[in-house]
Design a protein around this ligand. Structure first.
Ligand SMILES: [Zn+2]
Length: 454
Protein backbone atom coordinates (compact mmCIF):
# COMPACT_ATOMS: atom_id res chain seq x y z
CA UNK A 1 0.00 0.00 0.00
CA UNK A 2 0.99 3.64 -0.36
CA UNK A 3 0.40 6.35 2.26
CA UNK A 4 0.74 10.06 1.56
CA UNK A 5 1.40 12.49 4.43
CA UNK A 6 1.31 16.28 4.32
CA UNK A 7 3.58 16.24 7.32
CA UNK A 8 5.60 13.35 8.71
CA UNK A 9 8.31 12.82 11.31
CA UNK A 10 11.02 10.82 9.53
CA UNK A 11 14.19 9.56 11.21
CA UNK A 12 16.04 12.72 10.10
CA UNK A 13 13.32 15.17 11.10
CA UNK A 14 10.07 16.68 9.88
CA UNK A 15 9.24 16.44 6.16
CA UNK A 16 6.32 17.64 4.04
CA UNK A 17 4.42 15.92 1.23
CA UNK A 18 5.91 12.44 1.33
CA UNK A 19 4.54 9.12 0.06
CA UNK A 20 5.50 5.94 1.88
CA UNK A 21 5.43 2.69 -0.05
CA UNK A 22 4.75 -0.13 2.40
CA UNK A 23 5.42 -3.76 1.49
CA UNK A 24 5.16 -6.75 3.83
CA UNK A 25 4.76 -4.44 6.81
CA UNK A 26 7.96 -2.51 6.06
CA UNK A 27 8.58 0.93 4.53
CA UNK A 28 10.08 -0.04 1.17
CA UNK A 29 10.37 3.48 -0.23
CA UNK A 30 9.77 7.15 0.61
CA UNK A 31 9.08 9.51 -2.30
CA UNK A 32 8.63 13.30 -2.33
CA UNK A 33 5.18 14.36 -3.51
CA UNK A 34 1.91 12.52 -4.00
CA UNK A 35 2.14 9.18 -5.77
CA UNK A 36 -0.94 8.02 -7.68
CA UNK A 37 -3.09 5.57 -5.77
CA UNK A 38 -1.76 6.59 -2.34
CA UNK A 39 -4.12 6.89 0.60
CA UNK A 40 -4.03 10.37 2.17
CA UNK A 41 -3.26 10.39 5.93
CA UNK A 42 -5.78 12.56 7.76
CA UNK A 43 -3.21 14.36 9.87
CA UNK A 44 0.40 14.46 11.01
CA UNK A 45 2.25 11.12 10.89
CA UNK A 46 4.69 10.16 13.65
CA UNK A 47 6.33 6.86 14.67
CA UNK A 48 4.33 4.62 17.02
CA UNK A 49 5.51 4.31 20.62
CA UNK A 50 6.93 1.12 22.13
CA UNK A 51 5.72 0.17 25.61
CA UNK A 52 8.75 -1.46 27.25
CA UNK A 53 7.03 -2.78 30.37
CA UNK A 54 3.60 -4.32 30.90
CA UNK A 55 1.99 -6.73 33.36
CA UNK A 56 -1.24 -7.12 31.43
CA UNK A 57 -3.38 -8.67 34.20
CA UNK A 58 -2.79 -5.61 36.40
CA UNK A 59 -5.02 -3.57 34.07
CA UNK A 60 -8.03 -5.19 35.77
CA UNK A 61 -6.60 -4.27 39.19
CA UNK A 62 -6.27 -0.53 38.41
CA UNK A 63 -8.44 1.45 40.81
CA UNK A 64 -8.69 -1.36 43.39
CA UNK A 65 -5.72 -0.20 45.44
CA UNK A 66 -6.17 3.51 46.07
CA UNK A 67 -7.77 3.31 49.51
CA UNK A 68 -5.69 4.59 52.38
CA UNK A 69 -5.08 2.94 55.73
CA UNK A 70 -3.82 5.68 58.04
CA UNK A 71 -0.61 6.39 56.16
CA UNK A 72 0.62 2.77 56.27
CA UNK A 73 0.42 2.11 52.53
CA UNK A 74 3.49 1.40 50.43
CA UNK A 75 4.62 -0.57 47.42
CA UNK A 76 4.75 -3.64 49.65
CA UNK A 77 1.14 -3.35 50.91
CA UNK A 78 0.05 -2.70 47.30
CA UNK A 79 1.83 -5.89 46.28
CA UNK A 80 0.00 -7.96 48.90
CA UNK A 81 -3.38 -6.74 47.61
CA UNK A 82 -2.26 -7.41 44.03
CA UNK A 83 -1.22 -10.99 44.90
CA UNK A 84 -4.66 -11.68 46.42
CA UNK A 85 -6.31 -10.22 43.34
CA UNK A 86 -4.46 -12.34 40.80
CA UNK A 87 -5.41 -15.57 42.60
CA UNK A 88 -8.80 -15.32 40.90
CA UNK A 89 -7.58 -15.14 37.30
CA UNK A 90 -7.81 -18.04 34.84
CA UNK A 91 -6.01 -18.15 31.49
CA UNK A 92 -9.32 -17.18 29.80
CA UNK A 93 -9.51 -14.13 32.10
CA UNK A 94 -5.90 -13.23 31.29
CA UNK A 95 -6.75 -13.23 27.59
CA UNK A 96 -9.83 -11.04 28.07
CA UNK A 97 -7.85 -8.52 30.12
CA UNK A 98 -4.85 -8.44 27.78
CA UNK A 99 -7.04 -8.04 24.70
CA UNK A 100 -8.84 -5.07 26.25
CA UNK A 101 -5.54 -3.57 27.41
CA UNK A 102 -3.80 -3.95 24.05
CA UNK A 103 -6.73 -2.32 22.24
CA UNK A 104 -6.49 0.58 24.71
CA UNK A 105 -2.74 0.80 24.12
CA UNK A 106 -3.21 0.97 20.35
CA UNK A 107 -5.85 3.68 20.69
CA UNK A 108 -3.42 5.80 22.70
CA UNK A 109 -0.47 5.30 20.33
CA UNK A 110 1.49 2.29 21.61
CA UNK A 111 2.22 0.03 18.63
CA UNK A 112 4.34 -2.61 20.38
CA UNK A 113 4.44 -3.96 23.91
CA UNK A 114 7.04 -5.87 25.93
CA UNK A 115 4.97 -8.14 28.16
CA UNK A 116 6.81 -8.99 31.40
CA UNK A 117 4.86 -12.17 31.87
CA UNK A 118 4.95 -13.86 35.27
CA UNK A 119 1.52 -15.40 35.80
CA UNK A 120 2.48 -18.90 34.61
CA UNK A 121 0.53 -21.52 36.59
CA UNK A 122 -3.10 -22.27 37.35
CA UNK A 123 -5.13 -20.87 40.23
CA UNK A 124 -3.76 -23.54 42.59
CA UNK A 125 -0.19 -22.93 41.53
CA UNK A 126 -0.09 -26.20 39.57
CA UNK A 127 1.44 -26.45 36.11
CA UNK A 128 -1.06 -26.16 33.29
CA UNK A 129 -1.13 -29.30 31.16
CA UNK A 130 0.54 -27.15 28.55
CA UNK A 131 3.25 -25.07 30.31
CA UNK A 132 2.71 -22.16 27.97
CA UNK A 133 -1.09 -21.91 28.44
CA UNK A 134 -0.89 -18.45 30.03
CA UNK A 135 1.69 -17.27 27.47
CA UNK A 136 -0.63 -18.45 24.70
CA UNK A 137 -3.34 -16.19 26.17
CA UNK A 138 -0.99 -13.21 25.75
CA UNK A 139 -0.01 -14.19 22.21
CA UNK A 140 -3.67 -14.55 21.33
CA UNK A 141 -4.55 -11.14 22.80
CA UNK A 142 -1.76 -9.50 20.79
CA UNK A 143 -2.93 -11.24 17.63
CA UNK A 144 -6.57 -10.21 18.10
CA UNK A 145 -5.69 -6.60 18.86
CA UNK A 146 -2.98 -6.29 16.20
CA UNK A 147 -0.31 -4.87 18.54
CA UNK A 148 3.32 -5.99 18.08
CA UNK A 149 4.44 -8.28 20.93
CA UNK A 150 7.73 -8.99 22.64
CA UNK A 151 6.92 -11.70 25.16
CA UNK A 152 9.25 -11.89 28.15
CA UNK A 153 8.51 -14.97 30.27
CA UNK A 154 9.59 -14.22 33.82
CA UNK A 155 11.96 -16.37 35.83
CA UNK A 156 10.81 -16.16 39.46
CA UNK A 157 12.38 -18.53 41.99
CA UNK A 158 12.61 -16.93 45.44
CA UNK A 159 10.78 -14.47 47.65
CA UNK A 160 13.87 -12.55 48.74
CA UNK A 161 17.66 -12.28 48.71
CA UNK A 162 19.46 -15.41 49.91
CA UNK A 163 17.14 -17.85 48.10
CA UNK A 164 14.23 -17.36 50.53
CA UNK A 165 11.35 -19.75 49.90
CA UNK A 166 8.52 -18.26 47.83
CA UNK A 167 5.37 -17.28 49.72
CA UNK A 168 1.91 -18.60 48.80
CA UNK A 169 1.03 -15.40 46.91
CA UNK A 170 3.87 -16.22 44.53
CA UNK A 171 2.88 -19.85 43.78
CA UNK A 172 1.70 -19.06 40.26
CA UNK A 173 5.06 -17.48 39.29
CA UNK A 174 7.59 -20.11 40.38
CA UNK A 175 9.58 -22.33 38.01
CA UNK A 176 12.79 -24.31 38.24
CA UNK A 177 15.39 -23.10 35.75
CA UNK A 178 14.89 -26.26 33.66
CA UNK A 179 11.12 -25.79 33.50
CA UNK A 180 11.54 -22.09 32.75
CA UNK A 181 13.96 -22.75 29.89
CA UNK A 182 11.53 -25.24 28.44
CA UNK A 183 8.74 -22.61 28.64
CA UNK A 184 11.02 -20.12 26.85
CA UNK A 185 11.67 -22.63 24.07
CA UNK A 186 7.91 -23.19 23.70
CA UNK A 187 7.36 -19.43 23.44
CA UNK A 188 9.98 -19.17 20.66
CA UNK A 189 8.01 -21.78 18.76
CA UNK A 190 4.74 -19.86 19.16
CA UNK A 191 6.38 -16.57 18.14
CA UNK A 192 7.76 -18.30 15.05
CA UNK A 193 4.22 -18.78 13.78
CA UNK A 194 2.84 -15.35 14.76
CA UNK A 195 3.56 -12.22 12.73
CA UNK A 196 5.28 -9.30 14.45
CA UNK A 197 6.14 -11.11 17.66
CA UNK A 198 9.39 -12.12 19.32
CA UNK A 199 10.61 -13.48 22.65
CA UNK A 200 13.16 -12.57 25.30
CA UNK A 201 13.25 -13.25 29.03
CA UNK A 202 12.75 -11.38 32.27
CA UNK A 203 14.59 -12.59 35.35
CA UNK A 204 12.12 -10.94 37.76
CA UNK A 205 14.56 -9.13 40.08
CA UNK A 206 17.67 -9.82 42.14
CA UNK A 207 15.23 -10.68 44.95
CA UNK A 208 13.71 -13.48 42.89
CA UNK A 209 16.72 -15.01 41.12
CA UNK A 210 20.23 -15.91 42.22
CA UNK A 211 23.40 -15.69 40.18
CA UNK A 212 23.42 -19.25 38.85
CA UNK A 213 19.76 -19.25 37.73
CA UNK A 214 20.16 -15.80 36.15
CA UNK A 215 23.16 -16.97 34.20
CA UNK A 216 21.54 -20.27 33.11
CA UNK A 217 18.41 -18.49 31.86
CA UNK A 218 20.38 -15.88 29.91
CA UNK A 219 22.61 -18.54 28.37
CA UNK A 220 19.58 -20.52 27.22
CA UNK A 221 17.69 -17.62 25.65
CA UNK A 222 20.82 -16.30 23.95
CA UNK A 223 21.38 -19.76 22.45
CA UNK A 224 17.97 -19.37 20.78
CA UNK A 225 18.51 -15.74 19.77
CA UNK A 226 21.85 -13.98 20.43
CA UNK A 227 20.03 -10.63 20.52
CA UNK A 228 17.12 -11.68 22.72
CA UNK A 229 15.99 -8.91 25.09
CA UNK A 230 16.65 -9.47 28.80
CA UNK A 231 14.59 -7.28 31.15
CA UNK A 232 14.85 -7.17 34.94
CA UNK A 233 13.23 -5.13 37.75
CA UNK A 234 16.32 -3.72 39.36
CA UNK A 235 16.03 -0.96 41.96
CA UNK A 236 12.42 0.11 42.29
CA UNK A 237 12.30 0.52 46.05
CA UNK A 238 14.80 1.72 48.63
CA UNK A 239 14.11 -1.45 50.66
CA UNK A 240 15.30 -3.51 47.69
CA UNK A 241 18.56 -1.55 47.62
CA UNK A 242 19.00 -1.98 51.39
CA UNK A 243 18.29 -5.74 51.22
CA UNK A 244 20.74 -6.12 48.34
CA UNK A 245 23.42 -4.23 50.26
CA UNK A 246 22.80 -6.45 53.28
CA UNK A 247 23.04 -9.66 51.24
CA UNK A 248 25.63 -8.93 48.55
CA UNK A 249 27.37 -5.89 50.02
CA UNK A 250 26.55 -4.06 46.81
CA UNK A 251 23.74 -1.95 45.41
CA UNK A 252 21.56 -3.86 42.87
CA UNK A 253 22.65 -2.13 39.67
CA UNK A 254 26.31 -2.34 40.69
CA UNK A 255 25.94 -6.04 41.49
CA UNK A 256 24.33 -6.63 38.10
CA UNK A 257 27.04 -4.67 36.27
CA UNK A 258 29.70 -6.77 38.00
CA UNK A 259 27.97 -10.16 37.70
CA UNK A 260 26.12 -10.25 34.37
CA UNK A 261 27.32 -9.50 30.88
CA UNK A 262 25.10 -6.50 30.14
CA UNK A 263 24.70 -5.29 26.58
CA UNK A 264 22.35 -3.13 24.53
CA UNK A 265 19.61 -5.78 24.68
CA UNK A 266 19.33 -5.58 28.45
CA UNK A 267 16.65 -3.30 29.85
CA UNK A 268 16.83 -2.28 33.51
CA UNK A 269 13.25 -1.68 34.61
CA UNK A 270 12.87 0.85 37.43
CA UNK A 271 16.55 1.69 37.76
CA UNK A 272 15.07 4.26 40.12
CA UNK A 273 17.60 4.23 42.94
CA UNK A 274 21.06 4.54 41.40
CA UNK A 275 24.17 6.47 42.33
CA UNK A 276 26.50 8.23 39.91
CA UNK A 277 28.76 5.23 39.41
CA UNK A 278 25.80 3.00 38.61
CA UNK A 279 24.43 5.58 36.18
CA UNK A 280 27.75 5.71 34.34
CA UNK A 281 27.95 1.91 34.44
CA UNK A 282 24.52 1.43 32.82
CA UNK A 283 25.46 3.85 30.04
CA UNK A 284 28.87 2.25 29.46
CA UNK A 285 27.20 -1.18 29.19
CA UNK A 286 24.74 0.26 26.58
CA UNK A 287 21.83 -1.18 28.58
CA UNK A 288 18.52 0.66 28.50
CA UNK A 289 16.77 2.27 31.45
CA UNK A 290 13.10 1.24 31.39
CA UNK A 291 11.18 4.00 33.15
CA UNK A 292 7.49 3.84 34.08
CA UNK A 293 6.74 7.33 35.42
CA UNK A 294 3.02 7.00 36.23
CA UNK A 295 3.39 3.62 37.95
CA UNK A 296 6.50 4.76 39.80
CA UNK A 297 4.52 7.79 41.02
CA UNK A 298 1.47 5.67 41.88
CA UNK A 299 3.53 3.18 43.89
CA UNK A 300 5.64 5.80 45.62
CA UNK A 301 8.87 4.37 44.21
CA UNK A 302 11.02 7.45 43.76
CA UNK A 303 12.36 9.48 40.85
CA UNK A 304 14.83 8.17 38.29
CA UNK A 305 17.60 10.74 37.60
CA UNK A 306 16.48 11.21 33.99
CA UNK A 307 18.13 14.61 33.55
CA UNK A 308 21.63 13.38 34.43
CA UNK A 309 21.07 10.12 32.51
CA UNK A 310 20.17 11.95 29.30
CA UNK A 311 22.99 14.48 29.65
CA UNK A 312 25.34 11.47 29.67
CA UNK A 313 23.49 10.16 26.56
CA UNK A 314 21.87 7.17 28.23
CA UNK A 315 19.17 5.25 26.36
CA UNK A 316 15.73 5.00 27.91
CA UNK A 317 12.33 3.51 27.12
CA UNK A 318 8.93 4.02 28.75
CA UNK A 319 6.43 1.51 30.06
CA UNK A 320 2.93 1.57 31.48
CA UNK A 321 3.72 -1.28 33.90
CA UNK A 322 0.69 -1.50 36.26
CA UNK A 323 -1.54 0.33 33.74
CA UNK A 324 -2.74 2.89 36.22
CA UNK A 325 -2.34 4.98 33.06
CA UNK A 326 -2.25 3.65 29.49
CA UNK A 327 -1.02 6.70 27.65
CA UNK A 328 2.49 7.39 26.31
CA UNK A 329 1.85 11.13 26.40
CA UNK A 330 1.19 11.03 30.14
CA UNK A 331 4.32 8.93 30.73
CA UNK A 332 6.50 11.43 28.86
CA UNK A 333 4.80 14.42 30.46
CA UNK A 334 5.50 13.01 33.94
CA UNK A 335 9.03 12.03 33.00
CA UNK A 336 9.73 15.75 32.52
CA UNK A 337 7.46 17.02 35.32
CA UNK A 338 9.12 14.84 37.98
CA UNK A 339 12.43 16.49 37.07
CA UNK A 340 10.91 20.00 37.17
CA UNK A 341 9.29 19.41 40.57
CA UNK A 342 12.39 17.97 42.17
CA UNK A 343 14.83 20.53 40.69
CA UNK A 344 12.64 23.62 40.49
CA UNK A 345 13.70 24.20 36.89
CA UNK A 346 12.02 23.82 33.52
CA UNK A 347 12.58 22.06 30.17
CA UNK A 348 15.22 19.77 31.63
CA UNK A 349 14.91 16.94 29.12
CA UNK A 350 15.82 19.02 26.07
CA UNK A 351 19.36 19.09 24.67
CA UNK A 352 21.40 21.75 22.90
CA UNK A 353 20.78 19.90 19.60
CA UNK A 354 17.09 19.27 20.27
CA UNK A 355 15.50 22.14 22.14
CA UNK A 356 11.95 20.76 21.94
CA UNK A 357 11.39 18.61 25.02
CA UNK A 358 8.41 16.92 23.37
CA UNK A 359 10.22 15.99 20.17
CA UNK A 360 13.34 14.89 22.04
CA UNK A 361 11.36 12.64 24.39
CA UNK A 362 9.11 11.10 21.73
CA UNK A 363 11.97 10.20 19.41
CA UNK A 364 14.31 8.93 22.11
CA UNK A 365 11.62 6.90 23.90
CA UNK A 366 10.48 5.29 20.63
CA UNK A 367 14.06 4.39 19.64
CA UNK A 368 14.89 3.14 23.14
CA UNK A 369 11.70 1.09 23.11
CA UNK A 370 12.63 -0.44 19.77
CA UNK A 371 16.05 -1.37 21.16
CA UNK A 372 14.48 -2.82 24.32
CA UNK A 373 12.30 -5.14 22.22
CA UNK A 374 14.93 -5.90 19.58
CA UNK A 375 12.34 -4.86 16.99
CA UNK A 376 12.78 -3.04 13.69
CA UNK A 377 10.60 -0.15 14.92
CA UNK A 378 10.86 3.22 16.65
CA UNK A 379 11.43 5.49 13.64
CA UNK A 380 10.11 6.02 10.13
CA UNK A 381 12.74 5.36 7.47
CA UNK A 382 13.25 3.06 4.51
CA UNK A 383 13.67 -0.50 5.80
CA UNK A 384 11.86 0.16 9.09
CA UNK A 385 8.59 -1.46 10.06
CA UNK A 386 5.50 0.66 9.25
CA UNK A 387 4.37 1.29 12.85
CA UNK A 388 2.89 4.78 12.79
CA UNK A 389 0.28 7.11 14.20
CA UNK A 390 -1.83 9.71 12.43
CA UNK A 391 -2.54 12.63 14.78
CA UNK A 392 -5.84 14.42 14.31
CA UNK A 393 -5.23 17.76 12.50
CA UNK A 394 -8.51 19.26 13.69
CA UNK A 395 -7.22 19.17 17.27
CA UNK A 396 -3.57 19.98 16.57
CA UNK A 397 -4.51 23.29 14.90
CA UNK A 398 -5.76 24.51 18.29
CA UNK A 399 -2.23 24.47 19.76
CA UNK A 400 1.18 25.72 18.61
CA UNK A 401 1.91 23.27 15.82
CA UNK A 402 4.86 24.45 13.76
CA UNK A 403 7.71 21.93 13.51
CA UNK A 404 9.50 23.18 16.63
CA UNK A 405 6.43 23.10 18.86
CA UNK A 406 4.12 20.35 17.62
CA UNK A 407 5.30 17.52 19.89
CA UNK A 408 5.56 19.94 22.83
CA UNK A 409 1.87 20.73 22.35
CA UNK A 410 1.02 17.04 22.01
CA UNK A 411 2.83 16.11 25.23
CA UNK A 412 2.18 19.11 27.44
CA UNK A 413 -0.94 20.85 26.15
CA UNK A 414 -3.31 18.22 24.72
CA UNK A 415 -6.36 17.49 26.83
CA UNK A 416 -7.73 14.57 24.87
CA UNK A 417 -6.50 11.71 22.75
CA UNK A 418 -5.06 13.06 19.49
CA UNK A 419 -4.48 9.66 17.90
CA UNK A 420 -6.80 9.17 14.94
CA UNK A 421 -5.40 6.23 12.96
CA UNK A 422 -2.80 3.65 13.95
CA UNK A 423 -0.86 1.36 11.65
CA UNK A 424 1.12 -1.64 12.93
CA UNK A 425 3.35 -3.65 10.61
CA UNK A 426 1.63 -2.06 7.62
CA UNK A 427 -1.95 -2.84 8.77
CA UNK A 428 -4.45 -0.30 10.10
CA UNK A 429 -5.49 -1.36 13.60
CA UNK A 430 -7.25 1.86 14.64
CA UNK A 431 -9.33 3.96 12.24
CA UNK A 432 -10.70 7.32 13.36
CA UNK A 433 -10.01 6.39 16.97
CA UNK A 434 -11.83 3.05 16.84
CA UNK A 435 -10.76 -0.60 16.92
CA UNK A 436 -12.93 -3.14 15.09
CA UNK A 437 -13.19 -5.37 18.20
CA UNK A 438 -13.47 -2.67 20.85
CA UNK A 439 -17.15 -3.06 21.69
CA UNK A 440 -17.04 -6.85 22.12
CA UNK A 441 -13.81 -6.64 24.07
CA UNK A 442 -15.09 -3.92 26.39
CA UNK A 443 -18.27 -5.91 27.11
CA UNK A 444 -16.33 -9.06 28.02
CA UNK A 445 -13.89 -7.05 30.13
CA UNK A 446 -16.67 -5.22 32.01
CA UNK A 447 -18.35 -8.56 32.74
CA UNK A 448 -15.09 -9.95 34.08
CA UNK A 449 -14.47 -6.87 36.20
CA UNK A 450 -17.86 -7.15 37.88
CA UNK A 451 -16.88 -10.68 39.03
CA UNK A 452 -13.52 -9.66 40.51
CA UNK A 453 -12.72 -8.16 43.85
CA UNK A 454 -9.61 -7.03 45.66
ZN1 LIG B 1 6.97 -4.34 36.65
Amino acid sequence: MKLFANKILLSDGWACDQTLTIENGVIADITSGFVDGAERAKGVVIPGMVNCHSHAFQRAFAGFSEQGSEGKDSFWTWRSIMYKFLEQLSSEDAEVIATQLYIEMLKMGYTRVAEFHYLHHDINGENHEDLSAMAQAIFSAAKQSGIGLTLLPVLYRFSGFGAQQPNTGQKRFINSVEQFNSLVSDCFEIAGSQTNSNVGIAPHSLRAVDKSSLSAAVTHVRSLDPQAPVHIHIAEQQKEVDDCLAHYGQRPVQWLLDNADLDKHWCLIHATHIDKQERKGIIASEAIAGICPTTEANLGDGIFPTDEFLIDEGTFAIGSDSHISVNPIEELRWLEYAQRLSKQQRALLATSEQKSVGLNLWQRAALGGAQSTNSNTGELAIGKQADLLVLDDSQLRLFAHDDDHLLDSVIFASQQNLVGDVMVHGEWTIREGKHALEQGSADKFAQLLSRLSA
